[in-house]
Design a protein around this ligand. Sequence first.
Ligand code: F6R
Length: 249
Amino acid sequence: MKLYREKNYEAMSRRAANLMAAEIIKKPNCVLGLATGSTPVGVYRELVKKNREGDISFKEVETVNLDEYRGLSADHEQSYRYFMQTNFFDWINIRPEKTHVPDGLASDAEAECASYDALIASLGGADLQLLGLGRNGHIGFNEPGPSFIKETHVVRLTQNTIDVNARFFASADEVPREAITMGIGSIMAARRLLVVASGEEKADAVYQAICGPITPECQASILQLHHDVVFVCDEAALTKVYEAGGSLC
Ligand code: F6R
């Protein structure tokens, strides 16, 4: 495990974008696993800049997103497809057909999950998977629970996640109750994992993910078993890790 401690959100974003850009330069046709949420917005902004300045090209890059709400269409302002278009895809030279997000409106959700796994397999898995961290330690929408689920699946969101994500909706009532998420198997199969976290509200999740026991009650704790995982965190997100000993556990 490698840990970058950055001064603040901007520095975290630049560091993570540099690591992703290095992957694209090394392998122009790489497969990137992508995440939504507040944390990676700055990373995408930096990557857009690099693309516009001609430092990197997304022409051959293929992307697979981690998750999507069930019941939201691609043009719903809170859907993750909409997030990806407006924060990233619309601003870079990626081919639209090379961007993949689970279909939140699929009538047969089980079939959608199976075909998403087949798609990831057909691409040979992600070369680099970008991950944010839920305050409860979730990755994608793999919520705390009794087990790690390997495959893409439909998940019922926890009340904690609904409450946290309500900030993006008019009220908590409007937050979808279900999502489709890539499973822990596909995430762990990525050749490199890049976890970004910012702010004190993530300090406990970061601590549990890096130093805690490996347990499905903190889904991110399984990342400790990956052979190439990089955490890029700002100082606030690392307060608990450093309180606990000042170095990596
Ligand atoms: C979204 C996703 C989620 C978020 C997590 C943190 O695609 O995978 O696991 O990364 O909920 O969200 P933010 O960054 O908004 O705190």
